[in-house]
Design a protein around this ligand. Structure first.
Ligand code: AMP
Length: 390
């Protein structure tokens, strides 16, 4: 592809490939098809949430470079919906078709050691940390940074998986036995005031659009409720927005990314994690913003102008985990009777505990009211199954 073609916008009708078949791919496909694009998912499983919303699902082993190249020939651009896509698979596609964000962005962000090195190299604040490759390294890190702390696997961690909190010296050996021997990151425990995240997009022309930071509450390490505005002092929000824009620029992201932060009690923002894709905390943008994070992803990867990120109303999103199905089918009419509440289900058939099945978004006059309504709607839905429901 020549330089002019590489910069040209892909008009509706073009074929967009998305690596991965989860709910983020499904919501990307919904946004893209609404705009007239054709969407093809590249997934290692056939029965995935994106399948219902895509024009086609290519079921392929991610280590089959020849099959990936064959698929790439039918696509105009490729993006991804989860960051644990093997970099080699993304590179196999990139040899044929633009991949946005580039595989190099995946390479940096899917490994905590590389991600932390990127942050440090660019002067972006994060938790104090040490790379740990042996029990001796771990003991040295404990001596250096102290306890409590958290030990994390460098690769393939999400939603608190691959993490062990170490509260006291007597727990150090058990933490190593649980996660070692492999590359780990030891992080000093951040006594944070709250956690926030910022979703942003960067276009092909380098323009950046940042969504309102959202405040995130977790339960059992999984995002529980996200709300925006985050109700923090403007300098704190501004530091988070500026840091996010710097992350996208320095990584050279073309697409959407999310930066998660700890906000310390003295008002500093420390980067916790970077996800080079739309994020669970950004789902409220679907209902509450002029452009959703998924439409923004379509615009960015297609080389279109980025949309307005203005949030129309305060909003809160409550995740629906499989636990909500414990008593049968949730009571959706009760949830949807709560003012300003909308429902998005991902079409997953097996509601296992802890599995993200969908979410409820509430829009209201104040963010406090939005949080109250989203959580109330969820309580009503999940409290009792509907008689006769599955
Ligand atoms: P992560 O997978 O790194 O996003 O961690 C999952 C959750 O664990 C975070 O959202 C925090 O609530 C908590 N956590 C992780 N690292 C730290 C830390 N260094 N200090 C305090 N809490 C942490």
């Amino acid at each position: 592809m020549n330089a002019v073609a590489a910069r040209a916008a892909l008009p509706p009708g073009a074929v967009l490939g998305v690596m991965g078949g989860g709910q983020l791919g499904a919501m990307f496909a919904m946004a893209a098809r609404r705009m007239g694009y054709r969407v093809e998912s590249i997934s290692d499983v056939a029965d995935c949430p994106a399948a219902r919303h895509c024009d086609r699902v290519h079921v392929v082993a991610f280590d089959d470079a020849a099959a990936l190249a064959g698929i790439a020939r039918g696509l105009d651009v490729v993006t991804f919906e989860f960051e644990n896509v093997p970099v080699e698979a993304a590179r196999a596609l990139e040899s044929i078709v633009p991949v946005r964000p580039a595989p190099q962005v995946l390479f940096t962000t899917q490994d905590r050691v590389r991600e932390k090195a990127f942050l440090v190299a660019n002067g972006l604040a994060c938790a104090p940390h040490r790379v740990v490759r042996s029990r001796a390294d771990l003991l040295a890190a404990v001596a250096d940074l102290g306890l409590p702390a958290v030990l994390k696997t460098a690769a393939f961690g999400y939603d608190g998986k691959g993490q062990v909190r170490i509260a006291a010296a007597g727990e150090v050996d058990a933490a190593w036995d649980a996660l070692g021997p492999r590359e780990l990151v030891f992080e000093g425990w951040v006594d944070f005031d709250c956690e926030i995240s910022v979703v942003a997009a960067r276009g092909l022309d380098g323009s950046i659009a940042v969504f309102e930071p959202s405040r995130n509450a977790h339960r059992r390490h999984i995002l529980d409720v996200a709300s925006a505005p985050a109700m923090l002092p403007e300098p704190v929000l501004d530091a988070a927005r500026r840091t996010t824009a710097t992350v996208l620029e320095k990584l050279g992201v073309v697409g959407v990314a999310c930066v998660e932060f700890f906000v310390t009690r003295d008002g500093r923002v420390l980067v916790n994690e970077i996800a080079p894709r739309p994020h669970n905390s950004g789902h409220l943008t679907i209902d509450a913003c002029e452009t959703s994070q998924f439409e923004q992803q379509v615009r960015a990867v297609c080389g279109l102008p980025l949309g307005s990120t203005r949030q129309r109303t305060p909003a809160a999103m409550a995740n629906l985990l499989g636990d909500c199905w414990a008593h049968g089918e949730p009571d959706w009419p009760a949830a949807l009777a709560v003012p300003g509440v909308s429902l998005l289900l991902y079409g997953k058939s097996d509601p296992r505990p802890g599995r993200k099945m969908g979410h409820l978004t509430a829009q209201a006059a104040t963010v406090g009211e939005a949080i109250a309504n989203a959580t109330r709607a969820r309580e009503l839905a999940c409290r009792a199954g509907v008689p006769g429901g599955r």
